[in-house]
Ligand binder design. Sequence first.
Ligand code: NAP
Ligand code: MG
Length: 398
Amino acid sequence: MEKIKMTTPLVEMDGDEMTRVLWKDIKDLLILPYVDLKTEYYDLGLPHRDETRDQVTIDSANATKKYGVAVKCATITPNAQRVEEYHLHEMWKSPNGTIRAMLDGTVFRAPILVSGVHPTVRTWEAPITIARHAYGDVYRNVEMDIPGAGKAELVFTAEDGTEKRQTIFDFKGPGVVQGVHNLDASISSFSHACFQYALSVKQDLWFSTKDTISKTYDHTFKDIFQEIFDRDYKSAFEQAGITYFYTLIDDAVARVVRSRGGFIWACKNYDGDVMSDMVATAFGSLAMMTSVLVSPDGKFEYEAAHGTVTRHYYRYLKGEETSTNPVATIFAWSGALRKRGELDALPDLCAFADRLEKATLDTIESGVMTRDLALLWDGEAQAVNSCQFLQAIAERMN
Ligand code: NAP
Ligand code: MG
């Protein structure tokens, strides 16, 4: 059988620990036999990040800007313990944080559904994707303890020295106060990423804030989204047969729970933090969750939503059997290959991505799965190790 040809390389970002082991197995068993794989390889494994003083992370982000599509393995974000374990020169920053900042991206996370594992919310039939704004609000706050009676004020001093001043509260006794901010530029980028992603997956986009209460702050989010939608995306949405829908966050919550799923829910930073955990848990597991970073100019970086599964890796190093779920990493590869296929007009590559995902889901639905899923499964399941699971998928591919 002739292998499927590619024209533009994928940016391949290798990673750490258990996911690095799975990464190689997925390529060897499920991709290389079928695809004449073209990648530009960046080793983001912690030892190589340390050797290059993290330059490799920056290079990989620049390559993503150049080529447009990347696939990333989970990576260790070092803490003090990792600095010792890996004898690091420095406590390097989170690669995801570095890449996100360079691409100015928004993260979209969606559950992967299989029949046999049921969402806790009975009406949900199709995945709900959370699009989380990743800048500002309470994550960049300034807060203060108010010791007793006195006036708290908001003061803005412009570069020319003029002031805007507003009373927050006339305290009669102790309390607390906090200041938060956001930027029109960041909100605009967030909205572009959401609209482009909705078009790329052809799903409706919902956006919710609390603009009735936050009449300036949240209203700015609502206005920027509406303005950019009307100017840049309205006709494309009409052509794609999808809609943009704004509603209040509390109304959105009620509608989401009553919905059948199958849409994208854009959330401000805090709402997205809370709601993505709620949605992931209600659908099943973090190992069954896709994650893609999308930049406002349409660059895509696919990854798994989980980490490097350290506990399993330490068992693997001791020679013990591990049953780590590779589905999210397989879907990172299929997502990236499909996107490359779409951009380069390679229908065979897109069809291969579909086939790989179908073989993966069919394997699970036939009752063969990793241990984490077997625990959530309805009926009789055969819990296998990671390698047996990948081999079962490979057999189905053939
Ligand atoms: P984790 O790797 O997501 O694993 C936490 C636990 O969740 C595992 O011990 C395992 O539970 C379960 N789990 C996660 N993924 C699984 C899978 N594919 N199959 C089966 N079970 C799975 O999170 P962590 O242990 O907090 O973090 C480990 C390292 O990953 C850290 O160094 C962190 O910096 C890094 N990290 C990277 C990313 C990223 O690159 N995107 C994201 C998060 C964390 P059981 O042990 O109970 O089986
Ligand atoms: Mg959280």
